[in-house]
Design a protein around this ligand. Structure first.
Ligand code: NAP
Length: 499
């Protein structure tokens, strides 16, 4: 394993190509959520002034970076993908220690992150415009893609390698310079990701990292007039406010937010497969995935059998410290997230849902130092209950029983969110109706709600997402400005006006 060159005890900012310690007095510990006695490092909460310095550094680097040919920018990003791949074990371990997901989940995140960086790197050779015919003779018209300028990437803690990677890589390839503000809970992985891009050979100032709170560093980036685009992933509360702030300044904003993803199981479904996908979708990554399965919508005819099998399979989920082998579900990321989950368990009981398994904090010596909650299933949940409507972001599944396909579809669509969805059925007619009518940005047929591939667009509709899709070739649509060019080569005065 390659050893990090950055001291892990106090995480630093990366501004103008230098690792610098914040001068702020505010500090928080980076705590392992599986073992709260293990302090991984200390984050200094940077000031607004330090965020401004990072923006100025990005502004200074912009001219040189935007004039670097796109394929050359892509080559540097490809180098970052190779370094990430070489250091994936180190990154995966840091990810498990500070976020809590299991090592195999961390390796999965790493694989996806590397794919995203590789895919974006190759876009440097495909940053094409179009040639478009003109109505006029002897006129040549085309479009070209240009950098936006200084941009900000504001990211959550739940995919602290992959999400920064899928934002930073295409932003760089498109010729922008960046200020990266990661979640305060995951400074170590943010440091490693930044270190890797820097080692790939980015000129000073092209990528800057500022650690600090959303209320200070985040707010500064959102309101700083030199920042011309913001890509945000996180909660609805913060994202929708941020989108308004960005719109008021007339800048590009992309906000990917929460989800309440349904899996619909019809009577002709392959039940063993549907059960497996529901359990891994609900409890994988401790339910802390934006694409986690949080509602299983099942037709009444098969509901008893489905729930019985679901409960049996859930008993096999092994909760514990994600670095240990055999563990399939880690802790909540911190105390506050665990308390939110526990609060929703009380809400579910209070609303009259039938608790089938789980329902409390894990008990026993081996769980005493971590934020572990039991994988929980509520049955007979009504579609309007809070546990069926609100994002919990923990290992809690609501089973909603419906009479038929039409009701299933109505229930699936009856939430404010629209990120991912899944259908288990073998009936071609209902499969295509589902694809057409389900209100989500991503949908799966006969596979679970989580997942995403580097070359496929990722994002949600309704309250989940605003702005262009991330990942895939759509990423460059957000990270570049399109210019339309008219070249008239008639060389003589033209009669009349065109519009
Ligand atoms: P969050 O609390 O909204 O935080 C996200 C980021 O925004 C963090 O870096 C946070 O900084 C920052 N922030 C907080 N207040 C801010 C402000 N006033 N101005 C600017 N930035 C601010 O979300 P989270 O708890 O980290 O992440 C969980 C949420 O992310 C869930 O809702 C999940 O569904 C969503 N998510 C969505 C997707 C998707 O693609 N749709 C993917 C992953 C996660 P601090 O850490 O310092 O607070």
């Amino acid at each position: 394993m390659t050893k990090s060159k950055v001291a892990l005890t106090t995480y630093k900012n990366f501004i103008d190509g230098q690792w610098v310690e914040s001068r702020s007095a505010g500090r928080v510990s980076n705590i392992n959520p599986a073992n709260t006695e293990e302090i991984l490092g200390e984050v200094i909460l940077s000031t607004r002034d330090e965020a401004r310095q990072a923006v100025e550094s990005a502004e200074k680097a912009l001219e040189g970076w935007r004039n670097t040919p796109a394929p050359v920018r892509g080559n540097l990003v490809m180098k970052a993908a190779q370094l990430m791949s070489a250091r994936k074990n180190e990154l995966a371990r840091a990810l498990t220690l500070e976020e809590g997901k299991t090592l195999s989940e961390s390796m999965g995140e790493l694989a996806r992150g590397i794919n995203c960086v590789e895919f974006a790197a190759a876009e440097g050779r495909r940053l094409n415009g179009e040639t478009i015919p003109s109505e006029l003779p002897s006129n040549f018209c085309y479009t070209l893609r240009q950098p936006i300028g200084v941009v900000a990437c504001i990211t959550p803690w739940n995919f602290p390698v992959c999400i920064p990677a899928w934002k930073i890589a295409p932003a760089l390839v498109c010729g922008n310079t960046i200020v990266f503000k990661p979640a305060t809970l995951t400074p170590w992985t943010a440091t490693l990701v930044t270190e890797i891009f820097a080692e790939a050979g980015l000129p000073p100032g092209v990528l800057n990292l500022v650690l600090g709170s959303g209320g200070e560093v985040g707010e500064e980036l959102v309101n700083n007039n030199k920042v011309r685009a913001i890509s945000f992933t996180g909660s609805n509360d913060i994202g929708s406010r941020l989108y308004n702030q960005g719109a008021a300044r007339g800048i590009k904003c992309q906000c990917e937010m929460g989800g309440k993803n349904p899996i619909v199981i019809l009577e002709d479904a392959d039940l063993p497969l549907a059960v497996e996908s529901t359990v891994t979708g609900a409890f994988g990554s401790t339910g802390q995935r934006c694409t986690a399965t949080s509602r299983a919508i099942v037709v009444e005819k098969i509901a008893d059998t489905f729930v019985e099998r679901l409960v049996e399979r859930t008993k096999k989920v092994m909760v514990g410290n994600g670095v240990e082998s055999g563990i399939t579900m880690g802790p909540s990321v911190d105390k506050s997230q665990m308390e939110t989950v526990l609060k929703y368990l009380d809400i579910g009981r209070g609303e009259g849902a039938k608790l089938r398994i789980g329902g409390k904090r894990c008990e026993g010596e081996k769980y005493s130092k971590g934020y572990f909650v039991e994988p929980t299933i509520f049955d007979h949940v009504k579609p309007d209950m809070r546990i069926a409507q609100e994002e919990i972001f923990g290992p809690v599944l609501s089973v909603i029983r419906v009479k038929d396909f039409e009701e299933a579809l109505a229930v699936a669509n009856g939430v404010k969110y629209g990120l991912s969805s899944a259908l288990y059925s073998n009936d071609a007619s209902r499969i295509f109706k589902f694809i057409e009518r389900i209100e989500s940005g991503i949908t799966h047929v006969n596979s679970g709600t989580p997942g995403g591939e580097a070359q496929l667009p990722f994002g949600g509709i309704k309250a989940t997402g605003v702005g262009a899709r991330e990942m895939g070739s759509t990423a460059v649509e957000f990270w570049s400005e399109l210019k339309t060019v008219y070249i008239d080569f008639t060389g003589v005065k033209r009669e009349g006006n065109l519009y």
